[in-house]
Design a protein around this ligand. Sequence first.
Ligand code: NAP
Length: 253
Amino acid sequence: MDNLFDLTGKAALVTGASRGIGRAIARALAEAGCDLALNARSPESLKEVSEEILRLGRKSLIIAGDVSEEDQVTGFVKKAQEAFGKIDVLVNNAGIWEGTYFLRLPKSDWDKMLNVNLTGAYLVAKAVGRVMLKQRSGKIINISSVLGLRGSPQAVAYCVTKGGVIQMTRVMAIELGPAGIQVNCLAPGLIATDMTREYTQDEAAMKEYLARVPLRRYGRPEELAGSVVFLASKASDLMTGQVIVVDGGESLV
Ligand SMILES: NC(=O)c1ccc[n+]([C@@H]2O[C@H](COP(=O)([O-])OP(=O)(O)OC[C@H]3O[C@@H](n4cnc5c(N)ncnc54)[C@H](OP(=O)(O)O)[C@@H]3O)[C@@H](O)[C@H]2O)c1
């Protein structure tokens, strides 16, 4: 069984790897054996996680750049491909959140969220997909959210982007499947990170959340490690275009 999840010698690219979920995913992939190309907007923010990867005995490459800027994406994907000679795994994780009622949401915030969460994932998948097509192999893991599966107040743009990521996953899976490339999606529920700090520190909001969610708690970034390693590994070779929900049951209620 161990071999099913072994990623020794694989090369992975993780966007938004400087903190939170992306950082935990990068560490989990390195623990499973991957070398890592680490992306976020600023190279300084990636130094700590890069050192962690090196301490685990893996190679680490910092590829800073904005996922919503096509030129930057082309540049940093090329850098990763040249450094490792291949890209076996892509985790499209970079994302942002701006929450308010839709009647009050400035168009600039709507645009920003679509540009990063949806267009960014599309641009990186396109650049890496071309590398994987030449290899005739690869695993793309898009990070959606339970808010891609259901509605929520004050989250119109976020819900649209995360629902879009799920639909994008399905189309990419259909188009890349014949080349031996699997594309799947992970939809986490509430996870404690910088993105959700304001919400998890809001006592009234947490009282309502914890009473509603079946497991009566929210998650830690490390709790997504197993699902990501599964989706990156041989264990998921027959699976494509699917959504794994890891949410303490949040999406059930
Ligand atoms: N936390 C949750 O409850 C939760 C639940 C479901 C899904 N998610 C999704 O999981 C992903 C990670 O969320 P998180 O909670 O870990 O957020 P986070 O702590 O705010 O981290 C976001 C990461 O994305 C990077 N990033 C933001 N904009 C970027 C851009 N334009 N180009 C490249 N990198 C960019 C950030 O680095 P820089 O700012 O340095 O660029 C950072 O590394 C997101 O897609 C989020 O929507 C989160």
